[in-house]
Design a protein around this ligand. Structure first.
Ligand code: PEP
Ligand code: MN
Length: 443
């Protein structure tokens, strides 16, 4: 195989890339991003890889989640706090329920580029370029022309977001002793609210008791790690954020974890070429079109020496609840037979999208839960382990997915349908999901 560089992907066909009219402006913007400082530290990236290796062994469990598409307008203190809070609260429920520490990876601070099934779409009778995420073009019909300046804006919004995420954690939002006071206003189900308060109170009582006995608490309990992730889709941006470390390894320093989307995982294409050279832990979406031999070849291309980098590859399965039982076993067996110790995680969102009679994309809470349940069953039947989950969710009280504790109907969706892309679980649906999952994980 030819030698790798951050730009060697340019020799190969690249899917889902924006077509810019002004090449010179693109070059200027990319040069600007290349000169800007990294957003994450190498030791944080390596710490995440180590934590993911523990997820493979069942010592930890990965909770990955956030928006389908972040928006530049989401870069506000309260919005970022809500996104972090929901992940912390879910992880508390999961950790307590499953008696396994959780690793939190947010789809945050860079989830600005979206793959689309069509290059154009009809808006009010006019054919326009599809919205491809805020770092490419605007959702507003008059902003659909891809603008390279948005790549620079994407960097700055990522920087402000990750900085504030660090501030929120430094100021103690993740301090477990504050957990009983975490606001639960959106959890409509009183029994669940009490259950959560019960867990939080039992944890803090235990911590107070230990301190009363004169034992100093591990500072780990006063704070947690929160890692960032996004789909590594926009290769111009990802290349510009790729930096060589003193030991010679190349890291994408825009996020701790990047994943390859279901539409861009062709073995002989540009995304795989780019990803094979970076040292970050990475995810691969595994959907209905995945073939067992191709999947094995893909993992081997991206991870030639598994023993040297445990925790490097997470496979994120997303088949649709009713397809898991038939589609998943051949893939799981092929990876097992090839002896590849990957982390298996489940994205129960992307295979369960439907369109309502009003033309809105939605997902039903029960189908989402069912996909995780089916996935756990397949793992159990093949002596494998589900090591994590991947959700599209928000800490806000939106109405985008049907069902759940408030039993939202299709007509309720128009109340607060805020996503620019795929529908997310809202606050109370996310909390309910954490409770339901923790029951399964303990079993
Ligand atoms: C996503 O995670 O938002 C996404 C587009 O997923 P997939 O590549 O699995 O369709
Ligand atoms: Mn999505």
């Amino acid at each position: 195989m030819t030698s790798w560089s951050p730009s060697s992907w340019r020799e190969l066909p690249a899917k889902q890339q924006p077509k810019y009219k002004d090449e010179d402006k693109l070059k200027t913007c990319i040069a600007k991003v290349r000169d800007l400082p990294p957003l994450v530290a190498v030791h944080e990236i390596e710490a995440l890889r180590g934590a993911l290796a523990e997820c493979v062994e069942g010592k930890r469990f990965l909770l990955q989640g956030g928006d389908c598409a972040e928006q530049f307008d989401d870069c506000k203190a309260q919005t970022i706090e809500n996104k972090i809070k929901i992940l912390l609260q879910m992880s508390l429920v999961l950790t307590y329920g499953a008696r396994t520490p959780t690793v939190r990876v947010a789809r945050l601070a860079g989830q600005f580029a979206k793959p689309r099934s069509k290059d154009t779409e009809m808006v009010d009778g006019v054919e326009l370029p599809s919205y491809r995420g805020d770092n490419v073009n605007g959702f507003d019909p008059k902003d659909r022309e891809p603008d390279p300046e948005r790549i620079v804006q994407g960097y700055f919004h990522s920087a402000a977001t990750i900085n504030y995420a660090r501030v929120v954690i430094a100021e103690g939002m993740a301090d477990l002793r504050l957990a009983p006071a975490w606001d639960m206003e959106f959890v409509k189900n009183a029994a669940r609210r009490d259950q959560y308060q019960g867990i939080a109170t039992r944890i803090t009582d235990a911590m107070n008791f230990i301190e009363t006995c004169g034992v100093k608490l591990d500072p780990v309990l006063q704070s947690v790690d929160m890692f960032t992730s996004h789909e590594g889709l926009h290769l111009e941006y990802e290349e510009a954020m790729t930096v060589q470390a003193p030991d010679g390894k190349w890291y994408n320093r825009s996020a701790h974890f990047l994943w390859i989307g279901d539409r861009t995982r062709q073995l002989d294409h540009a995304h795989i070429e780019y990803f094979r050279g970076i040292a970050n832990p990475i995810g691969i979406k595994v959907g209905p079109s995945s073939k067992p031999d191709e999947l094995v070849a893909l993992i081997q291309r991206l991870w030639p020496n598994p023993a040297a980098a445990p925790g490097k590859i997470a496979l994120i399965t997303r088949f649709g609840a009713d397809n898991v039982a038939t589609m998943f076993p051949p893939l799981l067996k092929a990876v097992q037979e090839a002896g590849l110790p990957v982390l298996w995680t489940c994205d129960p969102m992307h295979g369960n999208t439907t369109t309502t009679t009003h033309g809105q994309k939605t997902r039903d809470f029960d189908a989402v839960l069912k996909e995780v349940e089916e996935c756990i069953k397949v793992h159990a039947s093949l002596k494998s382990r589900l090591g994590g989950v991947h959700f599209e969710l928000t800490g806000d009280n939106v109405t985008e997915c049907t069902g759940g504790p408030e039993n939202l109907s299709e007509t309720d969706l128009k109340l607060r349908y805020a996503t620019l892309c795929d529908p997310r679980l809202n606050y109370s649906q996310s909390m309910e999901m954490a409770f339901r999952l923790s029951d399964h994980l303990i079993a």
